[in-house]
Every structure is written in structure tokens, then in C-alpha cells.
Design a protein around this ligand. Structure first.
Ligand SMILES: Cc1cc2nc3c(=O)[nH]c(=O)nc-3n(C[C@H](O)[C@H](O)[C@H](O)COP(=O)(O)OP(=O)(O)OC[C@H]3O[C@@H](n4cnc5c(N)ncnc54)[C@H](O)[C@@H]3O)c2cc1C
Length: 478
């Protein structure tokens, strides 16, 4: 009998698991895919929003501001990439100034610190490539950028090392029973539990509606992006949003924590909860709209495109807490943007709600610190040489584009909740994230994975399931 079953190992489920591990608890995270961070948490703008946008008094506003305030300390405790670079909401038309003022006032009411409306001359100092149309901007110095994989994986690893179990390739199919005695039915057996936490992303409505009469409806709202090469580093140094105006909502242009530039997203409602494909029309819209706020956006330096699905609940509000008509069932549903920014605050709150319900006591062995994967690029030449002398694998560069060594890849596979697929390695150490998009390093990463996992190379997948990379070749020829 578990105390808690958490459905979903995205940033929300992983954050809840991490904060729950501060208690003495028997908890398990059930994830249908082969790894953490395979849903919306892997495909978003990676912005830690300052918190001026969400309606004052909403859960979104409260969790966003709190989550954004928690992020700097959390990034140190859990050793993931985060940069408080600040953000700008650019006003492109004098007629829209009242909207800029309203955004500022909403932010002040939400408790966002340091907000300022700045004029064109200051804006140009901050972002020299700003368009001629820009008249003013909302400056939010507490806005930031984060590695979404780094954040999610760090939370999950820390939960795991503090005793939370993770079961991958485990799809929840049904929830039976009630308060104190649920049976969670999966393709991998049944899990008996006292409480259930629903953090299933775009599928959270399915589980909520199965146990509650107060129905919710999650619409997958697609956002498409272009990711630009490192050569564009410095094109913008803050996140540049557009104030919604006569040209619509606009798109953002932002640096990433890894030195790329990200442009997007679109926003299109659909009904396909698996539809993560990009479209020619969506990417054309991204290019067109990005040019409204910035001059000469270097979109010719695109290295890949991708799309993510916002779990947009019809009420446009987070659905968080114990279901009124199903005690013991806790929702973390409708977690659309600013869900990444809010994740530490949601994790803390939901974990405390569950702990209170179960009367859990604190875990005396809890260790909230986690060390990430050693990045030799951050060492001095002397330190790097010393490392390579001790561990020659750090001298073998496997991914040339991102300069990733075999030593880092081995660490990504061997560590708690380690990588099992090409994408798992990619999200942990960036092998395959660069300009050639894994064209060069895939076979070499596959070799290392096969060796480390002690399986045939033909068994190695891109992202679990049926995504095998070697097909149609007799095994004895490999
Ligand atoms: C285009 C776009 C841009 C965004 N930009 C930002 C941003 O800049 N800043 C920000 O703060 N937020 C942003 N967000 C929102 C943020 O990405 C999400 O709020 C957050 O990632 C949601 O995390 P999650 O864990 O709730 O969902 P997910 O990451 O989707 O995790 C849910 C998990 O549940 C699993 N699951 C589903 N069904 C089952 C089942 N039956 N059994 C077992 N497991 C199951 C899935 O496989 C998945 O791993 C953006 C989102 C999008 C789409």
C-alpha cells in the first residue's frame, strides 16, 4: 500500500515528488513514457515569468510569483541552469500604452518586484536590435530563463534519492476506489494507494473527470517554435515579449541558457493530445511576428523546429487541490503557462496538502541538495587537463556541435534515474542538441548506451517504445 501515487513525471509531478520526499512517505511516480520530462515540460519557452501577466487574485498569479521567487535558490540547491536575465514586454504602438500601464499595475498588485515602464532610448540600450516601431516596454528584472529538462530532471533525481519510486513505461488506465483505498490500474500492474495526485498534463482532465462530478476540460493548445544556432548568441540578451495589440498576441524572442535563440510560440487550439508536429503555416507565422519587435531576426540560422501542447483548461486557471467530491484525490491540472515558473510553488503546496491529509512526519534523512552532471567546459584548461588525466573519457568528444565528452554521457546514463535512450542523453547533456541535430553523434551515443545498459545496439531507441533506430538489419551484421 502506497501513501501516494503521482501520475506523470513532468515538471509538476516531479516537483510534487521532490517536496513530498521531505516527509516520511511511501510514494511512487507513474509515467507512461520511458523517462521524465517527455511531455509539455520538454517543449516550451523555458521562461521563468516574473508574474505580471496572470490575473490578480488567481492561483496562476500566486503560484507564478512564488515559483519565480523560489527559482534562484532552487537552481543552486539542485544545480540546474537558470539565468535571471530579465524580460521586456515591448509596446509597438502609442495607442497601446494603456495596456502596458495595465500590465504594469497588474504586476505590482501581484507582488512582482522591480517592475518599470521604460522608454524607447532605455529599451534600445538594453536591446539594440529592437524594431523602429517600439515606443516603450515593461521591464521586469526578475524574469528569467531556465533549462526545462535540467529543472525537471533535477527535481525527479532529488525525489528519487530521497526515497520516491519512479515507474516508467507505466500508463495509468483506470482509478478505482475512494479515500484511503484507491487502486490505480496500469499496463504494469495495480498500485494500491491511500491518495492519488493527478499531474498528467494534457490528460489530467481524463483522470479528474473519472472521479469527480465537477468536470474540467483540457484543450491542447499548440505552440510552435524555431530554435536558432549558437552563432546567434547575443542577438537578444533579455526575453523580448510583444504587448498584445493590433497585430495580435505576437511571439517572443529569447536567449536560452545554452546560448541559442528561441523564437515562438504560436497558439492554436486543437483536439489532438499527441499532436506535437510543426507546420509550415505555424513556422511562417513565427518568422513574420518576430519581425514586429526586432530587426533582422536571424531566422536563417534555424537548427530545428518543435512544438509543445499547453494543457489549457477552459476556465484558464490552475486546478489545484483535493477534489471536493473525491477525498484523497489531488489535482495539479490545467497547468499551462506559467506552469514551469510555478512548478516549485505548486510542488511545495501540493506536497504539504497531501502530507497534512495523511498526517506525515518529516523525513529526518531528507537531503535537498543535488549535484548535476560535471560540465568540463566550465573548468579552466588546467582543471580540464587534470580531469582528463584521471578520467580519460572526458577527453573523448562525442558530440562535436555541443562539445560533449564521453565522460558526461557516461554520467548521464549511470546517475540516478539515468538516461536509457538517445533523447534521454540529449536532454541531460545536450549531445545531439547542436547544429547537426545528432547527425554525427547518434551512432556513437548508441554504442555507449548499448555498452552501459548491456543490451544489443538494435535495442537502443530514440525515445523509448517503438522508436528503435536500427531496423531491418540481421542482428549478426551489427
Ligand atoms: C508552447 C508552450 C510554451 C510554454 N512556455 C512556458 C514558459 O515559458 N514558462 C512557463 O512557466 N511555462 C510555460 N509553458 C507551460 C509549461 O511548459 C507547463 O505548464 C508544464 O511543463 C506542465 O508540466 P506538467 O508536468 O504539468 O505536464 P507534462 O510535462 O505534460 O507532464 C505530464 C506527464 O504525464 C504523463 N502522463 C499522461 N498520461 C499518463 C498516464 N495515463 N499514465 C502515466 N503518465 C501519464 C505524460 O507522459 C507526461 O510526462 C509553456 C507551454 C507550452 C506548450
Amino acid at each position: 500500500m502506497y501513501d501516494v501515487v503521482i501520475i506523470g513525471a513532468g515538471v509538476t509531478g516531479s516537483a510534487i515528488a521532490r517536496y513530498l520526499s521531505r516527509y516520511q512517505v511511501k510514494a511512487v511516480v507513474l509515467e507512461r513514457d520511458e523517462d521524465v520530462c517527455t511531455g509539455t515540460s520538454k517543449a516550451n519557452s523555458a521562461i521563468v515569468h516574473a508574474g505580471y501577466d496572470a490575473a490578480n487574485g488567481s492561483l496562476m498569479a500566486a503560484y507564478n510569483v512564488r515559483g519565480s521567487e523560489m527559482m534562484p535558490a532552487l537552481s543552486k540547491e539542485l544545480d540546474f541552469a537558470y539565468d535571471q536575465c530579465g524580460s521586456l514586454v515591448v509596446c509597438l504602438d502609442e495607442a497601446d500604452r494603456p495596456k502596458l500601464q495595465a500590465l504594469y499595475e497588474n504586476g505590482v498588485k501581484n507582488g512582482v518586484k522591480g517592475l518599470e515602464i521604460i522608454e524607447r532610448d532605455r529599451l534600445l540600450e538594453l536591446e539594440p536590435n529592437i524594431s523602429d516601431a517600439a515606443v516603450a516596454a515593461l521591464w521586469a528584472p526578475t524574469g528569467g530563463i531556465v533549462c526545462p529538462f535540467g529543472l525537471t530532471i533535477a527535481l525527479a533525481e532529488n525525489a528519487y534519492t530521497n526515497g520516491v519510486e519512479f515507474r516508467f513505461n507505466t500508463e495509468v488506465r483506470e482509478i478505482k476506489g475512494s479515500d484511503g483505498a484507491f487502486t490505480v490500474v496500469t499496463n504494469n500492474g495495480d498500485f494500491e494507494t491511500k491518495t492519488v495526485v493527478n499531474a498528467a498534463g494534457v490528460y489530467a482532465d481524463v483522470f479528474h473527470n473519472a472521479v469527480s462530478e465537477k468536470k474540467i476540460n483540457i484543450i491542447p493548445r499548440k505552440g510552435e517554435y524555431l530554435l536558432l544556432d549558437h552563432t546567434t548568441e547575443g542577438f537578444v540578451t533579455h526575453t523580448v515579449f510583444q504587448l498584445p495589440g493590433k497585430f495580435g498576441k505576437g511571439v517572443l524572442v529569447t536567449p536560452t541558457v545554452h546560448g541559442n535563440t528561441l523564437v515562438g510560440p504560436t497558439a492554436l487550439d486543437g483536439d489532438d493530445k499527441e499532436g506535437m508536429n510543426t507546420t509550415a503555416a505555424g513556422l511562417a507565422e513565427v518568422i513574420e511576428k518576430s519581425a514586429l519587435a526586432l530587426k533582422n531576426v536571424p531566422t536563417r540560422q534555424v537548427i530545428t523546429s518543435f512544438a509543445g501542447l499547453r494543457a489549457h483548461e477552459e476556465g484558464h486557471e490552475f486546478v489545484i487541490g483535493e477534489a471536493a467530491d473525491c477525498p484523497g484525490f489531488f489535482d495539479a491540472a490545467g497547468i499551462e503557462s506559467p506552469g514551469l515558473s510555478s512548478s516549485p510553488a505548486i510542488g511545495l503546496d501540493v506536497a504539504d496538502m497531501v502530507a497534512k491529509k495523511l498526517g506525515l512526519s518529516l523525513n529526518p534523512n531528507y537531503n535537498g541538495e543535488r549535484k548535476g552532471i560535471l560540465d568540463p567546459k566550465k573548468l579552466t584548461i588546467e582543471e580540464r587537463n587534470e580531469l582528463i588525466k584521471k578520467e580519460p573519457a572526458y577527453g573523448q568528444i562525442i558530440c562535436r556541435c555541443e562539445s560533449v565528452s564521453e565522460g558526461e554521457i557516461l554520467d548521464s546514463i549511470r546517475r540516478p534515474l539515468g538516461a536509457k535512450s538517445l533523447d534521454g542523453v540529449k536532454r541531460r547533456v545536450r549531445a545531439g542538441m547542436g547544429r547537426c541535430q545528432a547527425g554525427f553523434c547518434s551512432p556513437r551515443v548508441m554504442e555507449i548506451l548499448a555498452r552501459e545498459l548491456n543490451v544489443d545496439q538494435a535495442e537502443i531507441t530514440k525515445s523509448g517504445g517503438n522508436s528503435k533506430l536500427i531496423v531491418g538489419i540481421a542482428k549478426d551484421r551489427i
